[in-house]
Design a protein around this ligand. Structure first.
Ligand code: SF4
Length: 399
């Protein structure tokens, strides 16, 4: 009796939960959702067993089974695998995340950051400093987006620069300064200090603070992210200002969204504004319509194998980032417990997040996402989930 081998390619993921299975080809982003039962269920189990090298034997009898035919035909059709009549079993490698220096490894093998050495700094990619307050600030939006605080102290500049200096590593690609930079004492010295450290930086500032200090904006290399949380009566053009300008508008409702879009329509810079939804405790309906994940979005997700592994291992929103508040307290994300203060060593703070923290490694491994076929395609849990108090923001069901 003739036998065949059905083999999945190394960039093809096969996930199953309950009576449903999902094949995802990470090379061309084509996918197939199917029901698991009978012989198809057995084939999936065989393919998923590591020792089978992503191949399973198909008999002539299997080939007569309509659901097996359909399964193989569709997976081959999306270039996710192949059927061969070779006498030798083909070898393919199931895509499995191998964690080398991950959280578990560091917990298991090290008793302190000094055993890992200076290399531990390389995990740090981005620093955010809340420098000082703004009278146009808000004391809650910062938990969902960069936005200056209203009532807060002032971060010590020498400590800010020292912390940045000790954080320097080849992967540290950006520093964010959030507040009203123009009322920060000796802000020119701060900017000079960051320039000397050769770390690209962006100043996040409210629109009114920026407009009130326009005369002081004169460096074409300075990067400003202008923040808008209320619809301005009149928009001043930002076109010819000698600086790199980006606009980010906080959006609280559908009406708010349309009014902003209309107002920005014909203004360069504003019409490229990034619109960021903000949960204010009363707009869950807006979030359900505009932010919650829908099935049609899942169908358009395009991730490669590395990006899927990243979602399995770490939180793509928080990993590698520290935020320092005006009082010097350091967070891996501002909605989690503090890690320490700006007076601690960068190494010890990173080590603490690896060994005790949850933010950098907060993945979709809890209910209900751990029982969902799209667990590793969806983006990691974000600040929105934390603020709204739900494990996921989602309309998708696996039925
Ligand atoms: S249940 Fe979780 S993993 Fe599944 S689609 Fe929704 S958010 Fe994504």
């Amino acid at each position: 009796m003739k036998k065949y081998w059905f083999t999945l390619y190394p960039d093809t993921f096969l996930w199953s939960k309950g009576e449903k299975g999902f094949v995802y080809n990470a090379l061309n982003n084509l996918s197939y959702l199917f029901s698991i039962s009978g012989r198809v269920e057995e084939l999936c189990k065989e393919l998923q067993a590591l020792e089978n090298l992503y191949s399973t034997c198909i008999s002539e009898e299997d080939m007569m089974d309509i659901s097996v035919q359909q399964f193989i035909k569709t997976v081959v059709g999306l270039n996710g695998g192949c059927l061969s009549g070779d006498p030798q079993k083909p070898v393919s490698l199931k895509p499995v995340l191998k964690v080398q220096e991950g959280q578990h490894f560091i917990r298991k093998h090290h008793y302190g950051w000094y055993e890992i050495g200076n290399e531990i700094k390389h995990y740090l990619h981005q620093l955010t400093f809340y420098t000082n307050s703004s009278s146009y600030g808000n004391d809650t939006w910062y938990r969902q987006a960069f936005f200056p605080l209203k009532g807060c102290g002032q971060l010590n500049m020498e400590k800010l620069l020292t912390f940045s200096r000790y954080s320097r590593n080849p992967n540290l690609h950006h520093v964010n300064l959030v507040g009203n930079i123009f009322t920060y004492p000796e802000y020119q010295r701060l900017l000079e200090g960051l320039k000397e450290l050769n770390i690209p930086h962006t100043v996040h500032i409210t629109l009114p603070d920026f407009l009130q200090n326009l005369k002081q904006v004169n460096d074409p290399h300075m990067r400003f992210n202008i923040l808008i949380d209320a619809l301005p009566d009149e928009l001043v053009s930002l076109k010819d200002i000698p600086a790199e300008i980006n606009v980010q508008a906080l959006v609280f409702s559908e009406t708010n969204f349309h009014l902003l879009a209309e107002k920005f329509e014909n203004m360069p810079v504003y019409c490229d504004a990034q619109l960021t939804p903000i949960y204010n405790g009363e707009n869950i309906k807006f979030f359900e319509s505009f932010v919650f994940t829908e099935r049609k979005e899942i169908e358009t997700i395009a991730l490669n194998k590395r990006e899927i592994f990243m979602r399995q291992a770490l939180n793509v929103h928080h990993f590698g980032k520290f935020t320092v508040m005006p009082n010097g307290v350091v967070y891996a994300d501002v909605n989690s417990k503090p890690l320490g203060t700006i007076d601690d060593t960068v190494h010890s703070l990173i080590y603490k997040e690896f060994t005790e923290g949850r933010s950098w490694f907060y993945v979709r491994d809890q209910p209900p996402c751990d029982d969902c076929l799209y667990q590793w395609l969806c983006s990691s849990p974000s600040n929105y989930e934390t603020i709204i108090g739900k494990p996921n923001l989602c309309h998708v069901s696996n039925d």
